[in-house]
Design a binder for this molecule. Structure first.
Ligand SMILES: *[C@@H]1O[C@H](CO)[C@@H](O)[C@H](O)[C@H]1NC(C)=O
Ligand SMILES: *[C@@H]1O[C@H](CO)[C@@H](O)[C@H](O)[C@H]1NC(C)=O
Ligand SMILES: *[C@@H]1O[C@H](CO)[C@@H](O)[C@H](O)[C@H]1NC(C)=O
Ligand SMILES: *[C@@H]1O[C@H](CO)[C@@H](O)[C@H](O)[C@H]1NC(C)=O
Ligand SMILES: *[C@@H]1O[C@H](CO)[C@@H](O)[C@H](O)[C@H]1NC(C)=O
Length: 302
């Protein structure tokens, strides 16, 4: 059992398709499927080669979703529902794990069981796996909304997650909101949750309010704050300006370097010509021009 579990865990980690999660019943294996991603429901039975002909059946809540029959002549017959599949080399690996092509919230809390039929009738499943489904919420957006006089209302919105999360508001980084000040609504949009929470305060606006969306199935908490201290914002703006200026300076230096190089090339070309056709006056002029150019490029270099 231990070896089976460790192999299953290793496969899960390697494929990043499933993760262990907490189940109500400890003896059951539990797999977390992320909405839209494939899920692997692990099941290993290493001694299949001892059977001459056998069949298996994966059931979801007692409804068959996949049947495979291995005949004496080596042929395999498989039937499945909704494109679920098992490995093609079951006989050599003993790996009977079921792959669901895409996790869907509809499958949340399904119980999958594998039955092996070889000769005698089988009444107990070989493997039982509980499936939990989860999806990440979008980072919450917090904003101030118009409200009645003498009160301040904030709205927190997050969408596209599963299952229904917990919502926490914190005022000034430390205070819990007063009783009755929070109203939260969860709408279901194509099986996923859209969450909208309102915080209404009777006292004057606090410095900050933060809204946290906690998705316990994903072990994920997302927090957004309204009313960051302006210092932090200025510091980040400063960094932005600094990096922009740095980019511009570097670009100018590169351009100056290129101009300098082009000038040098021109000068050496002209010098070649001068040597071919020596002329005192021109040479003098050229020398002066070259000196001026050198001085100019020195200036741009600085
Ligand atoms: C194999 O299966 C067939 C029918 O499914 C059965 O008639 C036969 O006896 C089985 N053979 C063995 C060796 O179990
Ligand atoms: C196996 O199942 C058949 C019909 O489903 C039944 O007649 C038979 O008695 C069962 N055998 C055992 C050993 O349970
Ligand atoms: C805010 O004040 C209104 C009436 O002025 C009252 O009905 C409501 O319960 C108060 N809410 C809180 C959170 O104190
Ligand atoms: C859920 O939220 C998304 C994004 O904010 C929005 O596009 C969609 O219309 C919302 N659905 C419902 C039913 O509120
Ligand atoms: C949840 O995440 C935290 C930090 O990332 C980690 O320490 C903790 O073990 C996780 N819990 C579960 C049940 O995965």
């Amino acid at each position: 059992m231990n070896a089976q579990m460790s192999v299953a865990l290793w496969r899960g980690a390697a494929l990043l398709l499933c993760c262990a999660c907490l189940c109500a019943a400890v003896e059951e294996e539990c797999v977390l499927g992320i909405v839209g991603n494939p899920v692997l429901l692990p099941c290993l039975y290493p001694d299949l080669s001892s059977f001459l002909n056998f069949s298996i059946e994966w059931r979801r809540n007692d409804e068959a979703v996949l049947r495979s029959l291995w005949k004496e002549d080596g042929d395999v017959e498989t039937w499945s529902l909704n494109h679920v599949s098992i490995s093609t080399d079951v006989l050599s690996t003993g790996d009977l794990s079921l792959t669901l092509p895409s996790a869907h919230p509809k499958l949340d809390r399904s119980k999958y069981s594998l039955f092996l039929f070889a000769g005698e009738n089988q009444t107990e499943p070989l493997c039982t796996v509980s499936l939990r489904i989860a999806a990440s919420f979008s980072p919450p957006e917090v904003m101030k909304v118009p409200s009645e006089e003498n009160s301040t209302t904030y709205l927190c919105h997050s969408s596209g997650g599963y299952p229904q999360p917990l919502v926490h508001w914190i005022i000034n980084d430390s205070q819990e909101p007063p009783n009755g000040s929070v109203e939260t609504q969860a709408l279901i949009d194509s099986h996923l949750y859209n969450l909208t929470s309102h915080l209404t305060l009777n006292f004057s606006s606090p410095a900050t309010v933060s809204c946290t969306i906690e998705n316990q199935s994903m072990n994920e908490t997302l927090t957004s704050k309204y009313g960051e201290t302006p210092k932090v914002r200025r510091a980040s703006e400063g960094m932005w300006i600094f990096s922009t200026v740095l980019c511009v300076v570097v670009a100018l230096m590169v351009i100056a370097g290129l101009c300098y190089q082009i000038n040098l090339d021109k000068i050496s070309k002209r010098r070649k010509k001068e040597f071919e056709k020596p002329h005192r006056g021109r040479r003098q002029r050229y020398k002066q021009a070259a000196e001026v150019m050198m001085e100019e490029s020195k200036e741009t270099d600085v």
